[in-house]
Design a binder for this molecule. Structure first.
Ligand code: PMP
Length: 369
């Protein structure tokens, strides 16, 4: 039994020799590696979740609301209130994390014989979900400073004529925000090449100095904005992602979603969290201050830092980033080596966690000079 390995199984050819997504889950004192929110949910919200889940438990003999109507209505209200752009129930779809949202989008608009493009380095799951859905992946270019070079991006779109274009703003792992003019220009370039979908991944938008790109949905039926409760809402363990788009897009993803994909427990928990939006957004403000402090302090120590609009900061440059990652880990702090040559990424934690991280890298810098 135990001598059978993956390669001995008749797995799809394109999966052979690949590895699963795997940020290390190590038991160390300070974990600043997966862009989680460091603040546990406040106790009154924990109570409210328990209450709502208790009520949902009374009906677990039945399938949940397949269309998650109440949840989508509350998400639409949240988007409208925070962006100033009117979003209705019919514009919103929800799934188990924005990863599942993206998977459903690629199942709908990508797939065998089709391609998707992302401007790399960016969120590695876009390429992995493309692979999992049989969608061809095109690695588009980014400038030296990690912004999207519009001319080069347009050229790549014209050359490859992708069916799906990913724009991540703020971008992971660099923290770079993409200006709305760039997104509209990419949208136009994409439509000129062929009628394709443009997915704006706004997983970190609540941490941005700038505004959401939701208003760009107006008059652009091929644009999708994807969001998550994993970061700003401090609920990575909940697994709740959502999208806003033209109602036709919401109808289209229902062609591939599994029936009853969002459990009643998930829906109840997300609804409870949305009742506490203002408290949770208060934590976001604290994290933005801490993110800005990390940028300033890292620069003062002598590191190069990429301007960040997210809850993490990319810093470098290192001749051997992985060796530095290990040296920081040896000091009890886990950061992320995303494989971007010369750079590491640190998530903004609590002030104490950030101090521990800054002490560690300060010490390293001293040893090296
Ligand atoms: N998009 C981006 C850019 C991310 O960084 C992440 C999480 N790291 C996600 C989407 C997925 O988040 P989730 O599935 O937890 O909503």
């Amino acid at each position: 039994m135990s001598d059978v390995r993956i390669d001995d199984l008749p797995v799809r050819d394109e999966l052979r020799g690949t590895s699963p997504y795997g940020a290390p889950q190590l038991d160390v004192p300070v974990r600043l590696n997966t862009n989680e929110n460091p603040y546990p949910l406040p106790e009154p919200l924990v109570e409210r979740i328990a209450e709502r889940v208790r009520e949902a438990a009374r009906h677990l003999n039945r399938y949940p609301d397949r269309d998650a109507v109440e949840l989508r209505a509350r998400l639409a209200e949240y988007l409208t209130r925070t962006s100033g752009h009117a979003v209705g129930l019919g514009n919103v779809w929800a799934a188990n994390g924005s990863n599942e949202v993206i998977q459903q989008l690629l199942q709908t608009f990508g797939g065998p014989g089709r391609t998707a493009i992302g401007f790399e380095p960016s969120y590695s799951m876009h390429a992995l979900i493309a692979r999992g859905t049989g969608t061809g992946w095109i690695s588009g270019p980014r400038g030296e400073d990690f912004t999207i070079d519009l001319a080069a991006a347009r050229e790549a779109i014209a050359e490859h004529r992708p069916d799906v274009v990913f724009v991540t703003t703020p971008n992971n792992p660099t923290g770079t925000a993409v200006p709305p003019e760039t997104v509209t220009a990419l949208y136009e370039a994409a439509q000129a090449a062929k009628p394709s979908m443009v997915i704006v991944d706004e997983a970190y938008i609540e941490f941005s100095h700038g505004a959401s790109l939701l208003p760009l949905l107006e008059g652009r039926p091929h644009l999708v904005v994807s969001r998550t409760m994993s970061k700003a809402f401090g609920a990575a363990g909940l697994r709740l992602g959502y999208l806003a788009a033209h109602p036709a897009v919401v109808d289209a993803v229902q062609l591939v979603r599994l029936p009853y994909h969002l459990s009643a427990v998930t829906q109840a928990t997300a609804l409870a969290a949305l009742e506490h939006t203002d408290t949770l957004l208060g934590y976001v403000e604290q994290l933005k201050t801490e993110r800005d402090r990390l940028v300033t302090e890292l620069r003062a120590i002598g590191y190069e830092v990429t301007a960040s609009d997210a809850n993490f900061v990319q810093f470098g440059r290192f001749a051997d980033a992985h060796a530095v990652w290990q040296q920081i880990l040896d000091r009890g702090v886990l950061v992320r080596d995303n494989g971007v040559p010369g750079w590491l990424r640190v998530t903004a934690g609590t002030p104490q966690e950030n101090d521990a991280f800054l002490d560690a890298v300060r010490e390293l810098k001293k040893e090296q000079s």
